[in-house]
Ligand binder design. Structure first.
Ligand SMILES: *[C@@H]1O[C@H](CO)[C@@H](O)[C@H](O)[C@H]1NC(C)=O
Ligand SMILES: *[C@@H]1O[C@H](CO)[C@@H](O)[C@H](O)[C@H]1NC(C)=O
Ligand SMILES: *[C@@H]1O[C@H](CO)[C@@H](O)[C@H](O)[C@H]1NC(C)=O
Ligand SMILES: *[C@@H]1O[C@H](CO)[C@@H](O)[C@H](O)[C@H]1NC(C)=O
Ligand SMILES: *[C@@H]1O[C@H](CO)[C@@H](O)[C@H](O)[C@H]1NC(C)=O
Ligand SMILES: *[C@@H]1O[C@H](CO)[C@@H](O)[C@H](O)[C@H]1NC(C)=O
Ligand SMILES: *[C@@H]1O[C@H](CO)[C@@H](O)[C@H](O)[C@H]1NC(C)=O
Ligand SMILES: *[C@@H]1O[C@H](CO)[C@@H](O)[C@H](O)[C@H]1NC(C)=O
Length: 788
């Protein structure tokens, strides 16, 4: 069997130039090869796991063998050899070579390369503005996350951005072993790590040759990093709308940045695995991944699930995005129960910019750029005379046409609204009215602009057009009403936030929780398409939406909780967040979904994060990494699949473990399926006391009249901190088969100081008829899966 010429050299910890020949015929593809335990490598023969992986590869690939013999120090043809996240490596291989490999006794499976996506959305689909107002008490108790290291996997970062200023930051803790590849004026005690992982991506995408420095080319990574751990930046603003001091959720935490995504391309699975592999050894405390794949499949093939498990084994909190594929059911990504899966919700800030016409008619709008220098007087109102009136043609938007006037522009054409604004600004226009697409309905995402602007909905534009038709000399002025807090219908779920039920484990409620993810202001290199920033800091902050934005909020909050409670397990931190959420909006009514109906648990998860209460939950539903092993067996995973997930834990055999069903995993939410006689189930749970030593909790269950929820015992007395008590929840239909597909309720443990709330979902049917267990999928992929 022919091997290609030397394809790549494994460089796990070096930035040396990689020499390789581009004799790629297209036959070779990137594969992740999972190998079998207990075939441990012989430490006498191989100095480390990567030379062992190289020898396995060489055994099926003649040329690799020659190279290995010529220079045993080299690990030929390997792209990555993994130490922590999986027992395996990635390499470029032909189908023939895979076939040959599949006959060896060490081979478990070969997974073809896969691309993941960042979970942002540029689609302005939802109203409501940014910014959790942080209770000072949380920062006080957690010292703003000082000494905690947040690892962010994303698309790149802006060197020298004020959000990553290290002034006043203490040095990282001694356990930090990572690397920062920027120079010493960029790397500091805030930005302690910065690396790019592209060894796998470079084979797939042109232009990803040697980024070396993980510089942001799309703003996404700067935005997420500054949301999680950005330093205080006084005077920060999005295009002049004053928002005071910007700061991340954990402003004194350290930031370790791992570039795994490339603009307009995506994120390569094997690069993600390599970054997590290194982050674990580097010493991060929290991992923030605004990355996912809606069709990631089972946990044994998903880098976020695989790396996440190795992370929680070391006590690292792993925070991930639910995805932006809502409102369709069953779209949630990153479903493994050891991950925190974060949905998006709106916050209560709006930035009002209305339009007043010459005839007195006033039209509501929004905008972030509301300069104080704008003089609100009636000025001539004109249309763009270019094609489709989208203000896209520079030659039409001449100075004589627009100077000193208010210009009406439709969304569309090939320019962003900011670029259009720049053209108008250069031509001397006084202000712009931007009409949102008809599809967006009443939903406007206020944006930054280059000149005074109001964004209005499509319906309102008809009123302006009618007025313009009715008069010889139409006029208009903008009225800036500034930032208005108290959007009473917030938080609410935007349509894009991905929904449960989980496809991989329908017996676990996913997403777990919601956080601010609509119109979030955070650091960027500069706003999209902006030619002339109106002031110096304006171009350093911008607005983005997505579960990519809610995830780093929760990562930063996890860092604060970890700082305040250093001995808590990742599961305990997650439980603290989930059992203390808000479920009512500012009207004190149930939170709404995008369509105005109350949001269900598959949209909201346990609810909207409440950081103050999460710091002091009273009780937690704890889990160790080991507790997920019988759970995986119960889901139908084979021993090999289960062992490849739990690596580097010692191999286990499902047969020798107790069976744990999904409903019985000690999770902070409860999901049961009552699809057969006797339409009743027992659910077991255990709570750990993390409040005062002496405490008494009484159970209160709420459910619709058709379902009974009984808790035994219904009173728990604690005498010590960390004491664990178990209880059973019996959930039964009162009249046989339930009529409603989904019934929601809740269980509250109430003491004098605490309310520990778990959502309950009762489904009358299995969510997915087939493919609920991974066993089915394994058969489907059997041509790539060898062994038992
Ligand atoms: C925390 O609160 C205490 C008591 O209110 C105060 O003395 C202390 O300065 C605060 N610390 C920080 C870091 O804000
Ligand atoms: C440090 O790196 C940044 C970003 O790559 C660059 O702009 C700056 O000039 C460098 N500074 C020095 C002193 O080399
Ligand atoms: C005008 O809009 C139509 C329909 O959306 C589109 O097909 C056409 O390309 C647009 N013209 C220009 C010049 O943008
Ligand atoms: C954008 O559209 C205009 C007018 O339709 C056209 O002249 C121009 O070439 C387009 N620019 C790009 C970059 O596609
Ligand atoms: C305004 O006039 C134009 C052409 O005269 C017409 O196409 C359009 O429908 C009118 N718009 C309204 C809202 O009356
Ligand atoms: C939770 O379980 C872990 C692992 O068994 C343990 O280390 C931790 O002390 C437990 N309690 C809390 C509150 O995290
Ligand atoms: C729940 O547990 C109780 C007590 O062990 C038992 O009597 C009952 O039959 C169980 N119910 C179900 C549906 O398993
Ligand atoms: C089950 O999975 C197979 C293979 O992935 C797919 O073709 C099939 O449509 C799935 N069936 C259902 C009901 O989702």
């Amino acid at each position: 069997m022919d091997c290609p010429e030397r394809l790549g050299v494994l460089l796990l910890a070096s930035l040396l130039a990689v020499a390789f020949a581009h004799h790629d015929t297209g036959v070779h593809k990137n594969y992740l090869i999972i190998v079998r335990r207990p075939y441990e490598y012989d430490h006498k023969l191989y100095k480390d796991v990567s030379s062992w992986h190289a020898s396995l590869l060489a055994s099926v690939c003649d040329q690799a063998k020659e190279e290995l013999e010529a220079d045993p120090a080299n690990a030929p043809r390997l792209i990555y050899s993994y130490r922590n996240v999986v027992n395996g490596f990635s390499a470029r291989l032909t189908p023939d070579e895979i076939e040959k490999m599949s006959k060896t006794d060490w081979f478990v499976k070969a997974v073809p390369e896969k691309t993941y996506q960042l979970m942002t959305t540029h689609t302005p689909r939802m109203l409501g503005l940014t910014g959790p107002i942080f209770p000072a008490g949380v920062w006080n108790r957690s010292n703003m996350g000082e000494g905690i290291i947040i690892g962010v996997l994303d698309g790149g970062i802006t060197p020298g951005h004020p959000s990553f200023d290290g002034t006043g930051m203490p040095p990282p803790p001694a356990k930090w072993k990572g690397r920062c590849d920027f120079n010493s004026s960029v790397c500091n005690n805030k930005l302690i790590g910065a690396r790019s992982f592209f060894e796998s991506a470079r084979w797939k995408w042109k232009g990803v040759d040697d980024p070396v420095l993980p510089i942001d080319d799309s703003a996404h990574g700067t935005h997420t990093s500054s949301t999680a751990a950005g330093a205080f930046v006084p005077g920060a603003n999005a295009m002049g709308s004053g928002f005071g001091t910007a700061a991340g959720m954990a402003p004194r935490a350290h930031l370790a940045f791992y570039q795994v995504c490339f603009v307009n391309k995506g994120c390569d699975r094997d690069d993600i695995l390599a970054a997590i592999d290194d982050a674990l050894d580097d010493g991060v405390d929290v991992l923030s991944l605004s990355i996912g794949d809606d069709n990631a499949g089972d946990f044994a093939a998903d880098p976020v699930a695989l790396g996440g498990y190795s992370g929680i084994m070391r006590g690292i909190f792993v925070c991930t995005s639910a995805g932006n594929n809502g409102p369709i059911a069953g779209t949630v990504a990153n479903e493994a129960p050891w991950l925190l899966t974060v949905g998006a919700a709106t916050t209560d800030r709006r930035c009002l910019a209305d339009v007043k016409l010459g005839n007195g008619l006033e039209i509501g709008g929004e905008s972030y750029y509301q300069p104080k220098t704008y003089v609100s007087v009636l000025r001539p109102l004109v249309r763009d005379t270019g094609a489709n009136a989208t203000c896209s043609d520079k030659s039409v938007l001449t100075s004589e046409h627009v100077r000193g006037k208010v210009v009406l522009c439709y969304t569309g054409g090939n320019l962003t609204n900011l670029e259009k604004g720049s053209i108008l600004h250069d031509a001397g226009a006084a202000a712009v009215i931007i009409v949102y697409p008809e599809l967006a309905g009443s939903v406007i995402a206020p944006k930054a602009h280059a000149l005074p602007a109001a964004q209005i909905e499509y319906k309102s534009a008809e009123k302006i057009e009618a007025y313009m038709n009715s008069t010889q000399n139409p006029t208009a002025r903008l009225i800036f009403r500034g930032t208005v807090f108290g959007n009473h219908r917030s938080p609410a779920v935007p349509s894009f936030s991905s929904r449960g039920p989980s496809r991989q484990n329908p017996g676990i409620l996913k997403p777990d929780i919601s956080g601010p993810g609509v119109n979030i202001i955070a650091g960027v290199p500069m706003p999209d398409g902006l030619a002339q920033p109106p002031n110096e800091l304006a171009y350093k902050f911008d607005i983005m939406s997505g579960t990519s934005m809610s995830t780093p909020h929760l990562s930063g909050i996890a860092a604060l909780i970890k700082k305040a409670h250093p001995t808590w397990s990742p599961a305990a931190i997650k439980s603290a967040m989930m059992t203390t959420t808000d479920t009512r909006d500012r009207r004190r009514m149930p939170m709404l979904d995008y369509d105005g109906a109350p949001a269900n648990m598959y949209a909201l998860g346990a609810g909207f994060i409440n950081p103050t209460r999460a710091m002091d939950p009273g009780l937690v539903y704890n889990l160790s990494a080991h507790d997920y092993i019988p759970y995986l067996c119960g889901l139908g995973y084979s021993d090999h699949e289960m062992n490849s997930i739990i690596h580097p834990a010692p191999p286990m055999t499902c047969r020798e473990l107790p069976v744990v069903y999904q409903k019985d995993l000690n999770y902070p939410s409860i999901t049961v399926i009552l699809d057969k006689q006797p339409y009743a189930v027992n659910v077991s749970r255990a709570v750990t006391n993390v409040g005062n030593a002496k405490a008494v909790y009484v159970a209160f269950a709420e459910a619709p009249a058709t379902v009974s929820v009984t808790v035994t015992p219904n009173r728990l007395s604690f005498t010590e901190v960390n004491q664990v008590q178990t209880f059973t929840v019996t959930i039964a239909s009162k009249k046989g088969k339930l009529k409603k597909r989904i019934t929601e309720g809740q269980l509250k443990w109430v003491s004098l100081k605490h309310v520990v709330r778990s959502p309950i979902i009762v489904s009358s049917k299995k969510f997915f008829q087939k493919n609920t267990t991974t066993a089915d999928q394994h058969t489907a992929n059997s041509q790539l899966t060898a062994g038992v």
